[in-house]
Design a protein around this ligand. Structure first.
Ligand SMILES: Nc1nc2c(c(=O)[nH]1)N[C@H]1C(S)=C(S)[C@@H](COP(=O)(O)OP(=O)(O)OC[C@H]3O[C@@H](n4cnc5c(=O)[nH]c(N)nc54)[C@H](O)[C@@H]3O)O[C@H]1N2
Ligand SMILES: Nc1nc2c(c(=O)[nH]1)N[C@H]1C(S)=C(S)[C@@H](COP(=O)(O)OP(=O)(O)OC[C@H]3O[C@@H](n4cnc5c(=O)[nH]c(N)nc54)[C@H](O)[C@@H]3O)O[C@H]1N2
Ligand code: SF4
Ligand SMILES: [Mo]
Length: 690
């Protein structure tokens, strides 16, 4: 194979690709990596066009500093920019203490960068105030998995295992648009005789590929899961031997579900009682190893103020059937960002240290401090979660300076107008990015960084498979990697220890820091991953260990080896619809755009439609709205005017707006899940007018 093998810069499927530089390295040809174990030679449109930012005229290639007099950003040298950041950091620290400076990371960063960012925050800045955009991604599934299983790895089995499931239930995933090459697993599952069920308020491209589509009111999946559990129990289909041998808490969970008969579920969810019974029948047939079944959740089920409880309710269903740990069976979360999994394991999260260790655990602090060559007591404690951090910026007792690596919060945070106000109130905002994102445009200092093809690093995909990103081309002149930015600042701030800019060296240190932790990478190295057949699964505690594709076969990760049933209660959305705001608003993605759109809106070959409002013909009739003509969506937080897309694929009581453009998040609710601190992106009350 000529060219360099690597993986896509975007989503957590991490499709394999081969990059071949053209004329003098200015252009870059993307071809699929044939025979890659995850993507099998597949790529979606975003992957095919990923090189569109190479040599793009909007690519940042020089540091920029906001001129105090004119208020404009002007080009400066790296030394001047980094000096300014270090001076600003010291000034804020002197006036407000170490927690006056905050750091915001991203799930798109490599493991090396995510690890180094957590270390940089704790050791170079001494701040507890570090968190990242993964809080808005799969944190509810993470907190549920930790509670139920004692460990959080998105999928505890390779994705291809679902092809052999007799029943595959997708709750709130539109994988045909969000991970298109993975949709082949649904087709193969059906071809093998399996039944695919999709739960989504919209009849999506994914629902079109399923056998069964349940279309609940947004924010009611928890009630649906309780109803299914109740019906499985009523059929006597609970795997009592498994429940007795491998779990605790069943009787309490059973009692909590007992009030959820199908007609009550129908009243709350809008899913017909017979459809609830039919799903219970399907799943009951797979109980106790009589068949195989997989339940997968994604953001539709998770991005709610009750997201953790909702995932726990589906895990209760899976445990009652005896699925986790059985072949081609279990519960899994489809993570989202390229390194959504690894990004949450190595310390950029407010409550964590590398290896998925908890920052308030004395043994964890001692281990990591030893690797970092600092005293355990010098490490700060837990900080604020992502949204709480942004909300505290510039307030009394909140941070006065913020360094952003890999997130465009002005577009992607809930209640985004409020977040922009908080950013503008800072003494110092530093943004590292490839392009002038909406967030970078507010910064005092903008630092231009390398992108995926220009650097090496590892990414951990949705299966917990650690993959290697190899450097295919040299970065443009004037651009540095995030590791180089951190090293330059650490040196200026007199931080103790070595601050390597070599990803392989940083990864080796990450391995030592993670050793013995839940996400143990100690046995992995760049060389070993390069020599493997498309990556290795963690935990991988030593160099002779083959990695762990499947978890839970023998035991769960709690000290007693048992999984936990958890009692959950349906409360519904934080902001219910009412007379003034009678419509449910939900938000999400379209195939051709990625996240805040900072990257994909600039790729010429991807359609940049701007936001739109998907609504049902019955609602459109009532409002006098017409396809293609503007409608106005209002919530208690803001307003968006965008063209209507009239379609019968959505519930008549619900509208959908994609969040890839400024707008959707002016509307969304910042109510947070109490355990995961996930904002309720997926439902709030709205009014719509033509
Ligand atoms: N094209 C594209 N692909 C992506 C991304 C992207 O931005 N663009 N981002 C990546 C990332 S970071 C992530 S996290 C994943 C997300 O992947 P998904 O979770 O598949 O994507 P979403 O569109 O956010 O939400 C999925 C579905 O949830 C439905 N939904 C809304 N409310 C509810 C509800 O209350 N209950 C249920 N059951 N469903 C509901 C929506 O109608 C939507 O179809 O995608 C990854 N892949
Ligand atoms: N309404 C609504 N809002 C949502 C969601 C939703 O479903 N609905 N989904 C949420 C979810 S799941 C997610 S994951 C978030 C994502 O939202 P964001 O955190 O805004 O994600 P991106 O748009 O990927 O932003 C990444 C930024 O980092 C830059 N970048 C890329 N690579 C690097 C790098 O290596 N280093 C540095 N320094 N910068 C880099 C990119 O150019 C881009 O500006 O949005 C959340 N917001
Ligand atoms: S599915 Fe995800 S990883 Fe694969 S090409 Fe598309 S964006 Fe890239
Ligand atoms: Mo995400």
């Amino acid at each position: 194979m000529s060219g360099t093998t690597t993986h896509c810069p975007y989503c957590s499927l991490q499709c394999g690709m081969v990059l071949t530089p053209g004329r003098g390295g200015r252009t870059l040809e993307v071809t699929p990596w044939e025979g890659h174990p995850v993507s099998e030679g597949g790529l979606c449109r975003k992957g095919w066009t990923a090189a569109g930012l190479r040599g793009h005229r909007e690519r940042l290639t020089t540091p920029l500093l906001r001129d105090r007099a004119s208020g404009e950003l002007r080009a400066v040298s790296w030394d001047e920019a980094l000096d300014r950041v270090a001076d600003g950091v010291r000034a804020v620290q002197a006036a407000h203490g170490p927690d006056g400076v905050a750091v915001f990371g991203g799930g798109g960063l490599t493991n090396e960068k995510a690890y180094q960012l957590g270390r940089f925050a704790r050791v170079a800045l001494g701040t507890s105030q570090v968190d990242y955009n993964g809080r808005w991604c799969m944190s509810s599934a993470a907190s549920a998995s930790n509670t139920a299983f004692g460990i959080d790895r998105g999928l505890p089995f390779p994705l291809a295992d679902v092809e052999r499931a007799d029943v595959l239930v997708l709750v709130g995933s539109n994988l045909a648009e969000t991970m298109p090459p993975a949709a082949r697993h649904l087709d193969r599952c059906r071809a093998n005789g399996g039944t695919v069920v999709v739960v989504d308020p919209r009849r999506t491209a994914t629902a079109e590929r399923a056998d069964v589509h349940l279309q609940p009111v947004p924010g009611t999946d928890l009630a649906l899961a309780l109803g299914v559990l109740h019906e499985i129990d009523a059929r006597g289909a609970v795997d009592t031997a498994y429940v007795a041998a491998r779990t605790t808490g069943w009787e309490q969970a059973r009692a909590a579900a007992s009030g959820w008969w199908p007609e009550r579920v129908e009243r709350v969810t809008g899913v017909a009682a017979d459809e609830v019974r039919a799903l219970a029948d399907l799943l009951a047939g797979c109980s106790a190893g009589r068949g195989s079944a997989v339940v997968l959740t994604a953001r539709g089920a998770e991005q709610h103020a009750q997201g953790t409880a909702t995932v726990l309710a589906w895990i209760d269903v899976a445990l009652a059937l005896g699925l986790p740990g059985r072949p081609h069976s279990g519960y899994g979360c489809l993570t989202g960002q390229g390194n959504g999994q690894g990004g949450r394991e190595h310390g950029q999260k407010a409550d964590q240290l590398p290896g998925y260790r908890m920052i308030d655990d004395p043994a964890a602090r001692a281990h990591v401090a030893a690797v970092w060559g600092v005293a355990p007591r010098s490490l700060p404690g837990p900080g604020r979660s992502a949204y709480e951090l942004l909300e505290a910026l510039g307030t009394d007792g909140g941070p006065r300076a913020l360094l952003v690596h890999g997130s465009n919060v002005v577009v992607s945070a809930p209640h985004a107008t409020h977040v922009a106000e908080r950013l503008e109130s800072l003494d110092l905002l530093v943004v590292c990015d490839l392009v002038m994102s909406e967030t970078a445009a507010l910064a005092d200092v903008v630092l231009p960084v390398t992108q995926w093809a220009e650097e090496a690093g590892t990414m951990t995909n949705l299966e917990g498979r650690v993959l290697l990103r190899q450097r295919a081309v040299a970065p443009p002149d004037g651009v540095r990697s995030d590791l180089e930015v951190m090293a330059g600042l650490a040196q200026r701030l007199d931080a103790p220890g070595e601050w390597s800019t070599d990803p392989a060296v940083v990864f080796a240190e990450l391995g030592r820091a993670s050793a013995g932790g839940r996400a143990d990478y100690a046995g992995l190295s760049h060389e070993r991953i390069a020599a493997s057949d498309g990556g290795l699964f963690w935990p991988c505690p030593d160099a002779g260990h083959p990695g762990t594709p499947r978890l839970f076969g023998e035991r769960f990760a709690h000290p007693d080896g048992r999984a936990r049933f958890v009692v959950v209660e349906h409360r519904g959305p934080a902001e219910p619809v009412d007379a003034a705001y009678p419509v449910h608003l939900t938000t999400g993605r379209v195939l051709a755009q990625y996240q805040s759109g900072a990257q994909t809106r600039r790729v010429r070959d991807l359609p940049d439609t701007g936001p739109f409002v998907e609504l049902h013909p019955m609602l459109a009739d009532r409002l006098g709205a017409h396809d293609g003509e503007p409608v106005v969506v209002t919530t208690r937080r803001g307003e968006l005017k965008a063209p209507a897309r009239v379609t019968s694929t959505i519930r008549p009581d619900t509208v959908f707006v994609p969040f890839h453009w400024v707008g959707a998040n002016r509307l969304t609710n910042d109510a947070l899940d109490p355990a995961s601190r996930m904002p309720e992106f997926k439902v709030c009350a709205a009014a719509v007018r033509a």
